[in-house]
Write a protein that binds this ligand. Sequence first.
Ligand code: ASP
Length: 337
Amino acid sequence: MSKKIYVAYTGGTIGMRPSESGYVPGDNLMGLLEEKLPPDVMASLPEFELYEYPQLIDSSNIRPDNWKQIASDIASRYEQFDGFVVLHGTDTMAYSCSMISFMLQNLQKPVIFTGSQIPLCEARTDGLENLVGALTMAADDRIKEVCLYFNGRLLRGNRSRKLNAYLFDAFDSPNYPWLGRADIHVELNETLLWQPKGKEKFQLECDSETHVGILQLFPGINAQWMESALSQPMDAFILRTYGTGNGPDADHALLDTFAKATAEGKLIVNLTQCHRGTVHQGSYAAGSALAKAGIVGGLDTTTEAMFCKLHHLYSLGLSTEEVKAMLSVNLSGEVSV
Ligand code: ASP
């Protein structure tokens, strides 16, 4: 039986048009597609229905309310469609894929995010290939998770990162192999695909308030700077450290600042600034010192996925101790445990 795909167009370069201040989101994407694709080519694609969001955004403007909208949109059409494509700006696509993967755990159907580096209205657009590839993946019922499809690569959404602002190869998943490829043949690496563990209803909760902040170590960072950052009214902070999770253990005032914040109930999660790898706070004394200050290792989760996982768990009303316990629980394929 032929598959029916729901396409949610949220904005992003793929549908943008030039303006005096640069590209801006553009409407009537379906009209643009009809101009680009002859009817017989259109007819050869998996059948799809495109819904254009009333407020199309450059994804640099993404906020938790947009995640609520995308997740509820998919949830409300879940029974009517076989697969879902989300057209989204590339800048924050890795965050949105991650967030939707937590809000729609136990998915039994594919949800494929894509976009483009050059708009569909331009001659050299990569948008057509990305859209057609995403539709193809969304029609494949072996996929039961949120993925990101871009330039021939199928990546797990909550493992993906935007790593290149200029190449068509904009995305990769540094800590997890690609799930598939679309070359002459479309191939999936079935052993790597996520198998949903439960059948519970989706958890669509996503607070509009900000629960999580992201901090980064840099040479010369001091206690005063860190104290002011940690005084922000957040439940949790991601601390982007060096290498396997190391920080300046010679700076006792800085370590005391971390210890004070964690003793006051703030969660500080250690993730590496490195492009690839996992945090082992015990590998060096410089990492153990952070653990002694109450900082918890976030293993190989990406910053984007950790931000969304924490935001999601706090939105569900979990306490800091409960959230801490979930860091090493693999909810949707985001962490190697
Ligand atoms: N600024 C654009 C956005 O994220 C970039 C893109 O879509 O590639 O919406």
